[in-house]
Design a protein around this ligand. Structure first.
Ligand code: XLS
Ligand code: MG
Ligand code: MG
Length: 361
C-alpha cells in the first residue's frame, strides 16, 4: 500500500547499522533477535525505503580484522549498498565498546589509550571516506567518570581538544572534506559524561583550532535525558551554523537512554522539531538513532523503521498544514513585536534616547 507518507530519497532518511541490527540486549537481559549482517541490514533498509546508512567502524569491520579481511568486507558492503540503492552519508567510530576504553578514550588517563583512540578514529575516517561519507560523528560514550577522584575535569577538556584538533589536521592532510559533528549525552554508560548537552559542545567548539570544521549532532533522546527541550538545542545549533547532523528518536525524561521510535513518546515536541527543521530548510540527513522494542522480531524491526520515517512525514505534513492554515496564521499575526531586532546597534546618542524614554509598563 503506497501513500503520500512513503519515504523518498529526497527526504534523506538514514539509519545506523547499529539501529536496525539492535538485538534487544540490555544490562539485565540477553539478545532476543538474531544477528543481522551489515549486508543484509542495508538490504532491509533498501526494502523499507531508507536513503542512507551510517556506521561505526566496528559495526562493519571487526576490531581484530586483518587488512585483507577489512578490504574484502568493505568491497562486499559497497556492492550491497549499491544493490540496495543506499548511500553512506555519515561515519563514526566506536570509542566505547572495547574494554580498553573503560577509563575513556580521548580523555583516558593512560596516554597509550588516548593515542590508540586517535589512531582508531583516523582509521575510521579512512573507512568513512572510502564509503563516501562527508559527516563524521564523534560521540564520547566513555569520556566521563563515576567519581571525579580520577582526574580534574578541565584536564579532560584539554585532552579532548587536543584529540579533535589532531583529527581536524588529519582531515585536512588527507583532503577528506569531513565535517565533524559532536554528539552529547549526559550519562550512560558512564555515571556522568563530559560535554553532557549540545550546549556544552557549542561552548567548546570555538576553542578548537579549526572551529569551522566542527559542529554538533544533537540527539533528541539525549537532550530529553537531561530534561531539556531538544528543539531549543537544535535551534541554537542551527542559529550559529553548527547543525551538521541530527539523531532523531524519542525518550521520556529522567530515564535510561530509551532510543524509542521517532515521535513515539513526545509527539507534540517532535511536531515542533520537525516543523523547525522544515521551516528553516535544514538540508542534512534525518538520521534515526533508535531501535525496535525488545518484544519485536525482524518484521517488527521493519515496522519500526517504516514507522520512524512515516511519523516524520506525518509531522512534516502537519507542519505544512499549520503554515497554510488561515485561522492559525491569523492568530499568529495578532502577536505583537515581530522581528529579531530590539534596540539596534549601540551608540552613545541612541543609548541616551533609550535612557530618556518612558515606557508604558
Ligand atoms: C549512543 C549514541 C550513539 C551515537 C553514535 O547513545 O546515540 O548511538 O549516536 O556513536
Ligand atoms: Mg540515544
Ligand atoms: Mg546518537
Amino acid at each position: 500500500m503506497s501513500d503520500r507518507y512513503d519515504p523518498r530519497p529526497e527526504h534523506k532518511f538514514s539509519f545506523g547499522l547499529w539501529t536496525t541490527a539492535n538485538r534487544g540486549r540490555d544490562p539485565f537481559g540477553d539478545s532476543v533477535r538474531p544477528s543481522l549482517s551489515p549486508n543484509d541490514n542495508v538490504a532491509l533498509l533498501g526494502e523499507v525505503g531508507a536513503w542512507g546508512v551510517n556506521l561505526h567502524d566496528n559495526d562493519l569491520v571487526p576490531i581484530d580484522a586483518t587488512a585483507a579481511e577489512r578490504d574484502r568486507i568493505v568491497r562486499e558492503f559497497q556492492s550491497a549498498c549499491k544493490a540496495a540503492g543506499i548511500v553512506v552519508p555519515m561515519a563514526t567510530v566506536s570509542l566505547f565498546f572495547d574494554p580498553i576504553f573503560k577509563d575513556g578514550a580521548f580523555t583516558a588517563n593512560d596516554p597509550e589509550v588516548r593515542a590508540y583512540a586517535v589512531q582508531k578514529t583516523m582509521r575510521a575516517m579512512d573507512l568513512g571516506a572510502e564509503l563516501g561519507a562527508k559527516i563524521f560523528v564523534l560521540w564520547g560514550g566513555r569520556e566521563g567518570t563515576e567519581t571525579d577522584a580520577c582526574r580534574r575535569p578541565d584536564e579532560a577538556v584539554k585532552r579532548l581538544r587536543e584529540g579533535i584538533d589532531y583529527l581536524c589536521e588529519y582531515n585536512i592532510d588527507k583532503k577528506y572534506g569531513f565535517k565533524f559533528a559532536l554528539e552529547a549525552k549526559p550519562n550512560e554508560p558512564r555515571g556522568d559524561i563530559y560535554m553532557p548537552t549540545t550546549g556544552a559542545y557549542l561552548g567548546f567548539i570555538p576553542t578548537l583550532a579549526h572551529p569551522e570544521m566542527v559542529g554538533v549532532n544533537p540527539e533528541v533522546a539525549h537532550e530529553h535525558m537531561a530534561g531539556l527541550n531538544a528543539l531549543h538545542a537544535v535551534a541554537q545549533a542551527w542559529e550559529c551554523g553548527k547543525l551538521f547532523h541530527i539523531d532523531l528518536n524519542d525518550q521520556n525524561p529522567g530515564r535510561y537512554d530509551q532510543d524509542f521510535r521517532f515521535a513515539s513518546a513526545t509527539p507534540k515536541a517532535m511536531f515542533w522539531l520537525v516543523k523547525f527543521l522544515e521551516d528553516v530548510g535544514y538540508a542534512g540527513p534525518r538520521h534515526f538513532d533508535a531501535h525496535a522494542y525488545r518484544t519485536e522480531d525482524l518484521n517488527g524491526v521493519k515496522d519500526f523503521a517504516r514507522g520512524c520515517m512515516r511519523s516524520y512525514l506525518i509531522l512534516k505534513d502537519k507542519a505544512a498544514r499549520w503554515n497554510a492554515d488561515k485561522e492559525i496564521q491569523g492568530i499568529l499575526s495578532e502577536l505583537p513585536g515581530k522581528g529579531t531586532s530590539t534596540v539596534g546597534k549601540y551608540s552613545p546618542s541612541g543609548s541616551a534616547s533609550l535612557l530618556g524614554k518612558t515606557f508604558d509598563r
